[in-house]
Design a protein. Sequence first.
Length: 290
Amino acid sequence: MHGSRSSIPDLLHALRHGADATRPAHTSFGQAVLDGAKAKSVGKAFQAGYQAALQALVPNETSPLVALCVTEEQGQHPKLIETLLTYLDNTITIRGAKKWAMAGDGVLLIVAKEEGAKEGRPSLRIVRVPTDTPGLERIAMPPTRFIPDVPHTRLQLDITLPQTAILPGDGYADYVKPFRTLEDIHVHASVMAYTLQVALFTPFSRPLTEAATGILLALEAHAARPAPTLDVALTGTLSLAHRFFGEADTTLFQREDEASRGWQRDKPILLLGAAAREARANKAWAVQAG
């Protein structure tokens, strides 16, 4: 992995010997795996993977990254983004609303369209917005039906920031689009690590542990690529991950205990974005065939 040591052997050693997986991770993927292994629920594992994916997207950020905020009332397609970025002298204003953001303190990555863009797809930029910025209102939302232990908010924005808050590059091509793949990789890895720490302490753990270890190593290889995309190979790895989750569902999580009840409640999160993944997988196959 570009000279860095895999996190998977460290994880297995820590879990087998009853130790906390607290060794510092050297990559965002390693952080997703180690935090997933320490998580107490599917929701917390999901949150760990999501935040690790943000770190992979903006690796030089030193503050905690809370959320990439794209979705608005009409949706998340680039043409539906109405949050407006206006340039002043050495500052910018951001006015608009976002339908969903993970709760937490740190930095939000806000997708906004530049004022005065030409016809066609709007010019989107990513703006770095600390959560204590004046004019940013975060409205707590009720717990969701699944992963209720992961709080989320709506956003209202009427803020002014220095122009240096704008991240370099195209907001869609360089951030929103690659994040979808990074999120797939890191969230699947984190939830799999959570599942693995349950599997290791059951009588039938060996087949599941072997499968999880192989899939995690494959996901780690995908994460280490310079610009991960949902190609045919990653589509296959994610299919194996979902096959593993199905096996875990019928073996690990059919008992009358807290872990099983939480899994049965939260497992719909694993299907989040399935339709978009399928569309991107079909596109990957079309490219392969061409």
